[in-house]
Write a protein that binds this ligand. Structure first.
Ligand SMILES: [Ca+2]
Ligand SMILES: [Ca+2]
Length: 220
Protein backbone atom coordinates (compact mmCIF):
# COMPACT_ATOMS: atom_id res chain seq x y z
CA UNK A 1 0.00 0.00 0.00
CA UNK A 2 2.81 2.35 0.95
CA UNK A 3 4.46 1.69 -2.39
CA UNK A 4 1.25 2.53 -4.24
CA UNK A 5 0.90 5.83 -2.36
CA UNK A 6 4.55 6.67 -3.00
CA UNK A 7 4.16 5.92 -6.69
CA UNK A 8 0.96 7.97 -6.90
CA UNK A 9 2.65 10.84 -5.07
CA UNK A 10 5.59 10.84 -7.48
CA UNK A 11 3.23 10.70 -10.46
CA UNK A 12 1.25 13.60 -9.01
CA UNK A 13 4.44 15.65 -8.59
CA UNK A 14 5.60 14.89 -12.12
CA UNK A 15 2.26 15.92 -13.65
CA UNK A 16 2.15 19.03 -11.45
CA UNK A 17 5.64 20.11 -12.48
CA UNK A 18 4.80 19.60 -16.15
CA UNK A 19 1.61 21.64 -15.85
CA UNK A 20 3.31 24.45 -13.93
CA UNK A 21 6.44 24.66 -16.09
CA UNK A 22 6.39 27.70 -18.30
CA UNK A 23 7.17 27.27 -21.97
CA UNK A 24 10.68 28.38 -22.90
CA UNK A 25 12.44 29.23 -26.14
CA UNK A 26 11.49 31.71 -28.83
CA UNK A 27 8.39 33.85 -28.34
CA UNK A 28 5.39 32.88 -30.46
CA UNK A 29 7.34 29.91 -31.83
CA UNK A 30 9.11 32.23 -34.25
CA UNK A 31 12.87 32.32 -33.97
CA UNK A 32 14.29 35.66 -35.11
CA UNK A 33 16.88 35.30 -37.86
CA UNK A 34 20.28 36.82 -38.50
CA UNK A 35 21.03 38.48 -40.87
CA UNK A 36 18.00 40.56 -40.04
CA UNK A 37 16.23 42.78 -37.57
CA UNK A 38 15.81 41.55 -34.02
CA UNK A 39 12.73 43.08 -32.42
CA UNK A 40 13.63 43.65 -28.77
CA UNK A 41 10.09 42.99 -27.53
CA UNK A 42 10.10 39.47 -29.02
CA UNK A 43 12.37 38.13 -26.28
CA UNK A 44 12.14 34.50 -25.20
CA UNK A 45 9.52 32.80 -23.08
CA UNK A 46 10.30 31.46 -19.63
CA UNK A 47 9.93 34.42 -17.29
CA UNK A 48 12.18 36.06 -14.73
CA UNK A 49 15.60 34.48 -14.31
CA UNK A 50 15.24 32.35 -17.44
CA UNK A 51 14.17 34.58 -20.33
CA UNK A 52 15.04 37.87 -18.67
CA UNK A 53 16.03 39.64 -15.51
CA UNK A 54 14.05 42.77 -14.77
CA UNK A 55 14.29 45.22 -11.87
CA UNK A 56 10.63 44.71 -10.99
CA UNK A 57 8.00 42.11 -11.81
CA UNK A 58 5.51 44.67 -13.13
CA UNK A 59 5.25 45.57 -16.79
CA UNK A 60 5.34 49.36 -16.41
CA UNK A 61 4.16 49.88 -20.00
CA UNK A 62 1.66 47.24 -21.11
CA UNK A 63 -1.34 47.30 -18.77
CA UNK A 64 0.00 50.22 -16.72
CA UNK A 65 1.13 53.31 -18.68
CA UNK A 66 -0.91 51.81 -21.51
CA UNK A 67 -4.07 50.60 -19.73
CA UNK A 68 -5.45 47.16 -20.52
CA UNK A 69 -8.19 47.84 -23.06
CA UNK A 70 -8.26 44.68 -25.13
CA UNK A 71 -5.85 45.99 -27.77
CA UNK A 72 -2.73 44.13 -28.84
CA UNK A 73 -0.44 47.13 -28.33
CA UNK A 74 -1.66 48.05 -24.83
CA UNK A 75 -1.68 44.49 -23.55
CA UNK A 76 1.45 43.08 -25.21
CA UNK A 77 3.04 40.64 -22.69
CA UNK A 78 1.48 42.65 -19.88
CA UNK A 79 1.88 39.90 -17.28
CA UNK A 80 5.68 39.78 -17.73
CA UNK A 81 8.33 41.80 -15.92
CA UNK A 82 10.01 43.29 -19.00
CA UNK A 83 8.61 46.79 -19.53
CA UNK A 84 7.13 47.40 -22.96
CA UNK A 85 5.52 50.36 -24.66
CA UNK A 86 5.10 51.52 -28.26
CA UNK A 87 5.77 54.64 -30.29
CA UNK A 88 2.88 57.09 -30.27
CA UNK A 89 2.29 59.86 -32.76
CA UNK A 90 0.03 62.33 -30.99
CA UNK A 91 -0.70 66.01 -30.70
CA UNK A 92 0.92 67.25 -28.47
CA UNK A 93 3.81 65.10 -29.63
CA UNK A 94 5.13 62.02 -27.85
CA UNK A 95 7.42 60.02 -30.16
CA UNK A 96 6.80 62.39 -33.08
CA UNK A 97 8.55 65.39 -31.49
CA UNK A 98 10.91 67.68 -33.43
CA UNK A 99 13.77 66.38 -31.25
CA UNK A 100 14.04 63.02 -32.97
CA UNK A 101 17.42 62.42 -34.59
CA UNK A 102 15.87 59.68 -36.72
CA UNK A 103 12.13 59.48 -37.35
CA UNK A 104 10.62 56.39 -35.75
CA UNK A 105 7.77 54.40 -37.23
CA UNK A 106 4.57 54.80 -35.23
CA UNK A 107 3.13 52.00 -33.10
CA UNK A 108 6.41 50.10 -32.85
CA UNK A 109 6.77 48.09 -29.65
CA UNK A 110 9.92 48.70 -27.64
CA UNK A 111 11.52 47.64 -24.36
CA UNK A 112 11.81 50.54 -21.92
CA UNK A 113 12.27 51.47 -18.26
CA UNK A 114 15.73 49.91 -18.53
CA UNK A 115 17.94 49.65 -15.44
CA UNK A 116 21.62 48.58 -15.21
CA UNK A 117 21.85 44.85 -14.45
CA UNK A 118 18.77 43.90 -16.44
CA UNK A 119 19.06 41.42 -19.32
CA UNK A 120 16.86 39.84 -21.98
CA UNK A 121 17.40 36.58 -23.89
CA UNK A 122 16.69 35.84 -27.53
CA UNK A 123 16.86 32.48 -29.21
CA UNK A 124 18.22 33.38 -32.64
CA UNK A 125 19.01 31.51 -35.82
CA UNK A 126 22.09 32.59 -37.75
CA UNK A 127 21.60 31.45 -41.33
CA UNK A 128 25.13 32.26 -42.48
CA UNK A 129 28.42 32.33 -40.58
CA UNK A 130 30.27 35.61 -40.79
CA UNK A 131 30.93 39.08 -39.52
CA UNK A 132 27.94 41.26 -38.67
CA UNK A 133 27.53 44.91 -37.77
CA UNK A 134 25.19 45.54 -34.86
CA UNK A 135 22.87 48.53 -35.20
CA UNK A 136 20.24 49.83 -32.80
CA UNK A 137 17.07 51.94 -32.87
CA UNK A 138 16.78 53.55 -29.45
CA UNK A 139 16.28 56.51 -27.16
CA UNK A 140 18.63 57.36 -24.28
CA UNK A 141 18.03 59.90 -21.54
CA UNK A 142 21.75 60.31 -20.81
CA UNK A 143 24.70 58.30 -22.13
CA UNK A 144 24.08 54.61 -21.60
CA UNK A 145 25.81 51.30 -22.17
CA UNK A 146 24.76 47.84 -23.30
CA UNK A 147 26.60 44.60 -24.06
CA UNK A 148 25.91 41.30 -25.79
CA UNK A 149 26.49 37.70 -24.77
CA UNK A 150 26.19 34.68 -27.01
CA UNK A 151 25.65 31.22 -25.53
CA UNK A 152 26.96 32.47 -22.19
CA UNK A 153 30.09 34.14 -23.61
CA UNK A 154 30.59 37.87 -23.67
CA UNK A 155 30.95 38.86 -27.36
CA UNK A 156 31.20 42.64 -26.99
CA UNK A 157 32.67 45.09 -24.55
CA UNK A 158 30.34 47.65 -23.13
CA UNK A 159 28.90 49.50 -26.12
CA UNK A 160 28.32 53.20 -25.55
CA UNK A 161 24.83 54.39 -26.41
CA UNK A 162 24.97 58.17 -26.96
CA UNK A 163 22.44 60.32 -25.15
CA UNK A 164 19.48 61.67 -27.09
CA UNK A 165 18.63 64.28 -24.47
CA UNK A 166 18.14 67.79 -25.80
CA UNK A 167 18.50 70.97 -23.76
CA UNK A 168 15.82 72.63 -25.87
CA UNK A 169 13.21 70.03 -24.91
CA UNK A 170 10.27 71.73 -23.16
CA UNK A 171 8.60 68.57 -21.76
CA UNK A 172 10.64 66.75 -19.11
CA UNK A 173 9.35 63.20 -19.72
CA UNK A 174 9.90 63.52 -23.46
CA UNK A 175 13.68 63.23 -22.84
CA UNK A 176 12.90 59.47 -22.96
CA UNK A 177 11.31 59.76 -26.42
CA UNK A 178 13.99 61.20 -28.73
CA UNK A 179 14.71 58.43 -31.20
CA UNK A 180 18.00 57.70 -32.89
CA UNK A 181 19.48 54.87 -34.92
CA UNK A 182 23.11 53.84 -35.00
CA UNK A 183 23.97 51.57 -37.91
CA UNK A 184 27.09 50.02 -36.42
CA UNK A 185 27.82 49.99 -32.70
CA UNK A 186 30.31 47.18 -33.22
CA UNK A 187 31.03 44.10 -35.30
CA UNK A 188 30.52 40.54 -34.07
CA UNK A 189 31.44 37.13 -35.49
CA UNK A 190 28.52 34.72 -35.60
CA UNK A 191 28.47 31.07 -36.58
CA UNK A 192 25.64 29.47 -38.48
CA UNK A 193 23.18 27.75 -36.17
CA UNK A 194 20.79 28.38 -33.31
CA UNK A 195 22.14 30.46 -30.44
CA UNK A 196 21.06 32.27 -27.31
CA UNK A 197 21.73 36.00 -27.51
CA UNK A 198 21.61 38.06 -24.33
CA UNK A 199 21.12 41.84 -24.42
CA UNK A 200 22.37 43.42 -21.20
CA UNK A 201 21.76 46.90 -19.87
CA UNK A 202 25.11 47.87 -18.35
CA UNK A 203 25.26 51.61 -17.65
CA UNK A 204 22.74 54.30 -16.77
CA UNK A 205 19.64 52.56 -18.08
CA UNK A 206 16.97 55.08 -19.11
CA UNK A 207 17.12 53.68 -22.64
CA UNK A 208 14.37 52.36 -24.88
CA UNK A 209 15.25 49.56 -27.31
CA UNK A 210 13.12 49.17 -30.44
CA UNK A 211 15.30 46.75 -32.44
CA UNK A 212 18.83 45.56 -33.19
CA UNK A 213 19.98 45.21 -36.79
CA UNK A 214 22.50 42.52 -37.75
CA UNK A 215 23.96 43.12 -41.21
CA UNK A 216 26.78 41.20 -42.91
CA UNK A 217 29.90 43.37 -43.13
CA UNK A 218 31.32 41.63 -46.21
CA UNK A 219 29.77 40.10 -49.28
CA UNK A 220 30.81 36.64 -50.35
CA1 LIG B 1 9.43 45.65 -14.93
CA1 LIG C 1 10.46 46.88 -31.63
Amino acid sequence: MKLIFSTLFLLFCAVGTTLLAQPTGAWNNSIQQIPGRLQCEFYDLGGEGIAYHDADSVNNGSGKLNPADGTFLNEFRRMEGVDISYTKFRDPAIDNSPYNLVEPVKEQLYVGWTVPGEWINYTIKVTKSGSYSVGIMYTASGDGGISLELDGNQITNELRIPSTRNEKETVAWRQWHHWNRIDSLTTVQLKKGTHLLKLKTVSNGNMNYDYLDFKPTSKK
